[in-house]
Design a protein around this ligand. Structure first.
Ligand code: PLP
Length: 459
């Protein structure tokens, strides 16, 4: 049974990634309650939170240990400024825990309030590091086409999605791009494995062209999230590591989505056993209960800052870097993840999730299904968008059909993205995929009805 979802236009609220015109016309859906993998709107309608809200609510909604830890911490002190060299027990303890979870050698943590600030910090740390090493010209950063790294000016410049640049130019100088490792739509028009990982080797070409002396770092997501859940082929990340090490270029991973169990490991890059020099993180570190992000740094990078001597100061950070209350929420989140073995759960559920999703390939409109850990994408054929000459792209119509059936997913381009909370049970995963299946069937049927009516009228 489907119900049309009713929305209300908020008078003063601005919503970031959606059309202001559409919000004025169609309004927003007010969410009032969440429990586990479910959220409820103001009409009492329940939805499966198929995107863990915004790829972040890993432990699910309404976990009581988080507000308990937050209330306890808030009663001790309002705030402590790490910017000025103060600290707090939760900030120290969280940094220690993160280092224990991270690949070996990443030993220091700079906290931020979210993922964009974390990537902004990577830009500044890369510049700082190479300048202190005596190579100020080594400030350029290589990122991947269609990667997403945030929407502050620096992070949006690193982002490789053109619609984050339109209207906002000029961007930050010194960002170079590589093709992304998307085998089914290879930008180099090659086939894996015969290509020999040519997309990774493009980094070598780029370095030859631009000069290693001008490139400070490569930044990539272990699996592109917003760009469409792009899972690189085996050996890709290892090849990037090898090329960066050979040319004395730092390798940074943006783990804002993939961190904290999403791919079945504390950090997604651990799946490929690659040790980066820097990692940015956010979202899953608090499961979205409070805003927090940060950067993990290799010891040698931090040593360089220390060796700059007593006159040198970082002059980088944010008022809320290492906020004690937020760090307490993160610690409670990590404790819950440890108790319930959530960091590795995605690895255990992956085969079943993938098996369920592959059934969606029976729909002629489905071009590809990609799944890794507990994140997935269902990609539609481009021609599907024109099916029935609907006002909206096919994926947007499917997202709406999912919403009408009580499932929240994300549509971007030709893709429906899925990223359920890590606590999801196998039976709930089955329901989630069944609802998506029904939505695709309904939109396909409606599209072919409209198309055949139109051809009757035109014919
Ligand atoms: N990096 C990645 C990979 C992301 O997916 C996001 C947000 O979705 C960001 C960075 C930006 O994080 P925030 O929105 O917390 O600034």
């Amino acid at each position: 049974m489907t119900t049309t979802v009713h929305r209300f236009a908020p008078r003063h609220l601005v919503c970031g990634f959606v059309s202001p015109y559409q919000v004025m016309q169609a309004g927003t859906l007010r969410l009032v309650k969440g429990r586990g993998i479910y959220v409820w709107d103001q009409h009492g309608r329940r939805y499966i939170d198929g995107l863990a809200s915004l790829w972040n609510v890993a432990i699910g909604h309404g976990q009581p240990s988080i507000p308990r830890a937050v209330a306890r911490q808030m009663q001790t002190i309002a705030y402590a400024p790490t910017l000025l060299g103060f600290s707090s027990q939760p900030a120290e303890e969280l940094a220690r825990r993160l280092v224990r979870l991270a690949p070996r050698g990443l030993t220091r943590v700079l906290f931020t309030s979210g993922g964009s600030e974390a990537n902004e910090s990577i830009i500044r740390l890369v510049r700082l590091y190479w300048r202190l090493k005596g190579h100020p010209e080594k400030y350029r950063i290589v990122t991947l086409n269609r990667g997403y790294h945030g929407s502050s000016t620096g992070a949006a410049s690193l982002t490789g999605l053109p619609y984050f640049h339109e209207y906002y130019e000029p961007l930050l100088d010194g960002v170079l791009r590589l093709p992304r490792p998307h085998c089914n739509r290879c930008e180099l028009r090659l086939e894996f494995p015969q290509c020999g990982l040519a997309c990774a080797d493009e980094l070598e070409r780029l370095i030859e062209r631009e000069g290693a002396h001008s490139i400070g770092a490569v930044l990539a997501e272990p699996v592109q999230g917003v760009g469409g859940v792009i899972v690189p082929p085996d050996g890709y990340h290892q090849r990037l590591r090898e090329i960066c090490s050979r040319h004395d270029i730092l390798l940074a991973y943006d783990e804002v989505i993939t961190g904290f169990g999403r791919l079945g490991y504390p950090f997604g890059i651990q799946r490929w056993r690659v040790v980066p020099d820097l990692i940015s993180f956010a979202k899953g570190v608090t499961s979205g209960y409070l805003p927090l992000g940060g950067v993990l740094l290799r010891e040698e990078i931090y040593r360089t800052l220390v060796e700059a001597g007593p006159e040198f100061s970082l002059h980088h950070g944010f008022t809320y870097s290492g906020h004690p209350t937020v760090c307490a929420a993160a610690l409670a989140n990590l404790n819950l993840m440890r108790r319930r073995r959530l960091m590795s759960r995605a690895r255990r559920l992956e085969p079943y999730f993938n098996e369920l999703l592959q059934r969606l390939r029976r729909h002629p409109v489905v071009r590809e299904v990609r799944a890794v850990g507990l994140m997935a994408a269902v990609e539609f054929h481009e021609h599907a968008t024109h099916l029935g000459a609907g006002q909206w792209p096919f994926a947007v119509r499917v997202r709406q059909a999912c919403l009408d059936r009580g499932l929240i997913v994300r549509a971007s381009g030709e893709v429906i993205a899925l990223c359920p909370p890590l606590i999801i049970k196998p039976a709930e995963l089955r329901t989630l995929v069944e609802l998506l299946d029904q939505a695709i069937a309904a939109v396909s049927a409606e599209a072919s009805r409209t198309a055949s009516n139109a051809s009757r009228v035109n014919g």
